[in-house]
Write a protein that binds this ligand. Structure first.
Ligand code: IMP
Length: 429
């Protein structure tokens, strides 16, 4: 038996979808433990491109069980749509997807409140999927969990309490009557839909552990979007970091064996907020085009910049990363020199660790080390030793600088465009 948590070590969009799909071959159960349909995990499978938002990308591995655990916030309509889409693509979902009775729901008023906040001064560039308001309700103890959604009397009462309490904000956008209609739209049909998938997921996971199954926990977003350890307040409202896999699924910390951090060979971020190595020039635009850096959920262009070892070192510590997976190395073909940020200058002082203060985060100036580029194509190479020497040196430098070994290198979206570096990593298929 083995348990593995896969997390994003930057600002999300590191390419976790493909890595989870690849390693998911060894998994019996794949678990999403936080976030909601703000995520967009892109996987190419059987020559088709799938973008999954709420369902673990492990669903594309035939026969595996997938869990949407308690730490996730779910949009019922969007989730039904995702299941229908998968079924239309002949992916079997029934009997393989288990949705936690303990998970909270995203309801239409959460989307309105998200949009309202994004229209004002406190804007942070959210995906406008209602994520922040749904998590606020959860910790504010007025959220609605799937178990209570399934009980019509309880659901009606909870919705009414929420609408009344939130009406001063909501009625500037929509009437309560219209909102009631939206909230109860397709209610019977959605309850029937959820009845097929609702489960006591903590028990299911405990059983799987007792039977020595392999469990893979799939993080969404990334460490720098973590509500505790990211670039607050420009973060998401959950904890994408590894520690949250336990809280978000009801599995105890002693059950976790490995934590794999996924990093892109450069850095990207969507939405507003600090990004010390951002390239606001033509080369940044070039990286975006070459790496096709456009949001999988919102289509927004991603901001692009150099690899930031300060960020990844922070991720290594916060997540307790044991190994790394490097993605999109091919996008750097022909770039010379390749720059890596190894420290920041803040108020004239050199800092090696990511600072907490929002002013320091916003004003940090990167200190770069230049590395020789490689012009030979790397896409299609499947052995580390066959990579150009400069590409090998770049990979080795990153691993040394952040202090964690590289387990695999991915180029391109398909599974065979991968170099398995560490043969001892037992999750390698
Ligand atoms: P929210 O999660 O929609 O509240 O958005 C908060 C911040 O997280 C914004 O900067 C979003 O762009 C960012 N974000 C949320 N989900 C993702 C993701 O899956 N990938 C990258 N950025 C994300």
């Amino acid at each position: 038996m083995s348990t593995l948590i896969v997390v994003g070590a930057q600002w999300g969009d590191e390419g976790k979808g493909k890595i989870v799909h690849l390693l998911g071959k060894k998994a019996d159960v794949i678990v999403r433990y936080q976030g909601g349909n703000n995520a967009g995990h892109t996987v190419v499978f059987d020559g088709k491109k799938f973008v999954l938002h709420q369902i673990p990308s492990g669903i594309l591995q035939p026969g595996r069980r997938c869990v949407i655990a308690n730490g996730v916030v779910m949009d019922p309509w969007a989730l039904r749509e995702e299941v229908r889409f998968l079924e239309s693509q002949k992916i079997k979902v029934k009997g393989r997807l288990f949705i936690s009775a303990w998970a909270h729901l995203i309801l239409p008023y959460h989307r309105y409140l998200d949009a309202l906040r994004e229209s004002g001064k406190g804007k942070i560039g959210t995906t406008k999927r209602g994520i922040g308001p749904a998590y606020s309700d959860k910790v504010g103890r007025v959220g609605i969990r799937l178990a209570d959604y399934m009980d019509p009397a309880a659901f009606k009462e909870l919705v009414e309490q929420n609408l009344q309490a939130k009406s001063p904000l909501l009625t500037s956008l929509v009437s309560l009557d219209d909102l009631r209609k939206e909230t109860f739209k397709d209610y019977d049909d959605l309850r029937a839909f959820f009845a097929e998938y609702i489960a006591e997921t903590p028990t299911l996971l405990a059983d799987a552990l007792a039977k020595k199954k392999n469990l893979l926990f799939e993080g969404a977003q990334g460490t720098m979007l973590d509500v505790d350890f990211g670039t607050y307040p420009f973060v998401t409202s959950s904890n994408p970091i590894a520690g949250a896999a336990c809280v978000g699924s009801g599995v105890g910390p002693a059950a976790i064996d490995e934590v794999l951090g996924v990093v892109k060979a450069y850095t990207t971020r969507v939405g507003d907020g600090p990004f010390p190595t951002e390239l606001k020039d033509a080369f940044g635009d070039q990286l975006r085009e070459r790496g096709q850096e456009f949001g999988a959920t919102t289509g927004r262009p991603r901001r692009c910049g150099w690899f930031d070892a300060v960020v990844v070192r922070h991720a290594v510590r916060i997540n307790g990363l044991t190994r790394l997976a490097l993605t999109k190395l091919d996008v750097l073909e022909g770039v010379d020199p390749i720059r890596v940020c190894v420290a920041y200058k803040v108020d004239g002082k050199i800092v090696k660790e990511f600072p907490a203060s929002r002013r320091a985060q916003a004003t940090a100036e990167p200190v770069y080390k230049n590395l020789p580029g490689f012009s030979e194509p790397v896409k299609g190479i499947t052995e580390y030793k066959k990579l150009p020497k400069a590409a090998q040196a770049y990979v080795a430098f990153l691993a040394k600088e952040v202090g964690v070994p590289m387990a695999l290198i991915s180029m391109g979206r398909s599974r065979d465009e991968t170099i398995l570096v560490d043969k001892k990593f037992r999750w390698i298929p």
